[in-house]
Design a protein around this ligand. Structure first.
Ligand code: F6R
Length: 239
């Protein structure tokens, strides 16, 4: 695990965009794993500006997002597909993108076909991750065992609390999501995890310095051969 600490969130975004840009330049038909949330938003802005400047061509890139809420229609502004369109896909020439379908009638089958689609595309070259205040990655919440493949997950109360900022009231935050599993994430050929702000400092500390345990799902990343972690000073405060 390579850990970089930057002075500002803007520097994290620039460095993260540089890694993603290098991936796409070196392998124009890369399969990218993408994340939603506040953390990657500036990174996406950097990628959009590289694309607009004629530096990055995404036309052969395929992407798979980590997760999607269950119970929000795809057109809802806070669905993750809406988020991704607004913050990235509508502004670049992405070849194709996929998110799990949280409105699918058969959620179990949707999980299986999402997993299969990633495999059929040759697996993920670079997976971008944020980290939850509770150490989750994707929506793999702290628990007794690591999840393997894409699964239907129930959000932890701390995740519902953290995500209520995107909704008018806490009652509107979905309680369930479809998420890539820890196994899906660990199969990515390389991983880039970003964390910003003091609210992440404890989770970052546990990921890097604590025991490898399903109680801190991100801690498993220490068992992956190619993980880069980019932090701002606040997120690195406890290291
Ligand atoms: C998002 C995801 C989550 C977030 C995490 C951090 O697709 O899977 O694991 O990365 O909850 O969220 P933010 O960036 O909003 O702090």
């Amino acid at each position: 695990m390579v850990v970089h600490v930057f002075d500002t969130p803007a520097q994290v975004a620039q460095a993260a965009a540089a890694v993603i840009a290098a991936q796409v330049l070196q392998k124009p038909d890369s399969v990218l794993g993408l994340a939603t949330g506040s953390t990657p938003m500036d990174t996406y802005r950097e990628l959009i500006s590289l694309h607009r400047g004629g530096v990055l061509d995404f036309s052969r890139v395929k992407s798979y997002n980590l997760d999607e809420y269950v119970g929000l229609p795809a057109g809802h502004p806070e669905s993750y597909v809406s988020f991704m369109k607004r913050n990235l896909f509508d502004h670049i020439n992405i070849g194709s993108y996929s998110l799990p379908d949280g409105s699918a009638r058969d959620l179990q089958r949707e999980c299986e076909s999402y997993e299969q689609a990633i495999r059929d595309d040759g697996g993920i070259d670079l997976q971008l991750l944020g980290i939850g205040n509770n150490g989750h990655i994707g929506f793999n919440e702290p628990g007794k065992a690591f999840t393997y493949s894409t699964n239907l997950t129930t959000l932890a109360q701390s995740t519902i609390d953290a995500n209520k900022r995107f909704f008018d009231s806490i009652d509107q935050v979905p309680r369930q999501a479809l998420s890539m599993g820890i196994g899906t994430i660990m199969e990515a050929r390389s991983i880039l995890l970003l964390a910003l702000g003091e609210a992440k400092a404890q989770a970052v500390y546990q990921m890097i310095r604590g025991p490898i345990t399903p109680r801190v799902p991100a801690s498993i990343l220490r068992g992956h051969a190619r993980v880069t972690v980019m932090l701002d000073k606040a997120a690195a405060a406890r290291l």
